[in-house]
Design a protein around this ligand. Structure first.
Ligand SMILES: [Zn+2]
Ligand SMILES: [Zn+2]
Length: 362
């Protein structure tokens, strides 16, 4: 069964004997749908809309009926993320009105609300500690501790240079993954308590979706470049080094272009500064003419390295730690169903594709 929400219609697609998916029931909404969340245990479908409201439906056991249950007047602007938390009986939602709210799914009452700095595009919740992870357009992830009707700010994670587009929380390893329009994914090791943040570079355009397969410890990411990347999270990766500051190349000692004094003294022309991605040293172009992948630092694509690092990287260290698959459409939304190993991608071409991921996620 596949659920879709396209402009103002929520639709259930069922697999027929032919193997093809055909539309089954549908429900017309009062406003265009902007996001949704389905809970398989309760078969509860929550649909956020452009008018700020969230409508809930119960999908019948045979998936042939959609019964409207409740509408929450949650926001003043387009709902960007909706998340149902069965354990708490909470509906969490964020919207373009820059509010994060949570409602009781039993009484329909709003429990609390929090103002966000920018509009939110990613939301995850840790049931055990009641922390909400809120990723926004400014590129930061805010961690909030939720009580029944209040919340407090725990910390802010800053690392992306573009907006946060997707979040994924692994409650077992206590790791948060954030995807961004800056093309990167950051793995925030919350459980390790050492502040480790590892970057994963495997997309050429913005990251659009993330999900984690806990039993195999694989992260699946999708991008606007059409790429589906399956990351092996069993390997130990290192953090990328801080970039060092220097007025001259740390290899050949030639001055950089702003270093007028040394340029004058040595009668040399200033050079442009680059940085080696492996050691972080400030080097000139001549001393960093080679490129290499550094998968153990998250660089699955070739990046600039200095000549000595290039020599030190072994073929073994260059072996990829992720597999790359082409979905052949620019992905705008993804959903992974771990029990069957199905991945659904929805593209800007308005096509929904269903992928059997079991050959690679196992
Ligand atoms: Zn140099
Ligand atoms: Zn280096």
């Amino acid at each position: 069964m596949v659920l879709s929400a396209c402009p103002k219609t929520v639709r259930v697609w069922l697999k027929r004997d032919s193997g093809q998916y055909w539309p089954s029931v549908y429900h017309t909404m009062p406003a265009p749908c902007s996001c949704m969340s389905f809970n398989p245990e309760t078969r509860r479908l929550s649909v956020g809309m452009d008018n700020g409201a969230i409508s809930e439906f119960i999908v019948s056991e045979d998936y042939n009926k959609l019964t409207p249950a409740r509408t929450y007047q949650a926001h003043q602007g387009r709902v960007t993320v909706v998340l149902f938390v069965l354990e708490m009986e909470w509906i969490l939602s964020t919207a373009q009105d820059k509010t994060f709210t949570w409602h009781c799914s039993e009484s329909g009452q709003q429990l609390g609300s929090h103002r966000t700095t920018a509009w939110v595009s990613g939301l995850q919740f840790d049931v055990e500690t009641r922390h909400a992870f809120v990723g926004d357009q400014s590129g930061q992830v805010t961690i909030l501790k939720l009580e029944q009707d209040t919340c407090s700010l725990v910390t802010t994670l800053k690392g992306h240079t573009g907006s946060v587009t997707a979040l994924c929380w692994d409650p077992v390893q206590r790791v948060l993954f954030s995807g961004s329009s800056d093309h990167s994914i950051i793995m925030w090791d919350i459980g390790g308590q050492k502040g480790t943040a590892i970057e994963l570079q495997g997309h050429r355009e913005k990251v659009q979706g993330l999900c984690y397969a806990p039993h195999t410890r694989q992260l699946i990411s999708c991008g606007a470049d059409g790429g589906i990347v399956v990351w092996n999270m069993d390997v130990t990766r290192e953090e990328t080094p801080e970039w060092l500051d220097s007025d001259s190349c740390q290899k050949c000692e030639q001055p950089f272009f702003w270093n007028f004094k040394q340029m004058w003294d040595s009668k040399k022309i200033g050079l442009r500064q680059h940085h080696c991605r492996k050691c972080g040293q400030a080097v000139c172009g001549k001393c960093s003419s080679k490129r290499s992948t550094i998968p153990l630092m998250g660089f699955e694509f070739e990046v600039r390295v200095c000549d000595s690092c290039h020599e030190s990287i072994t073929d073994e260290e260059r072996a990829p730690t992720a597999t790359f698959h082409d979905s052949k459409h620019s992905i705008v939304y993804m959903h992974y169903e771990p029990t069957r190993g199905y991945l659904l991608t929805s593209g800007s071409d308005k096509v929904i594709k269903l992928w059997d991921m079991t050959p690679v996620v196992s």
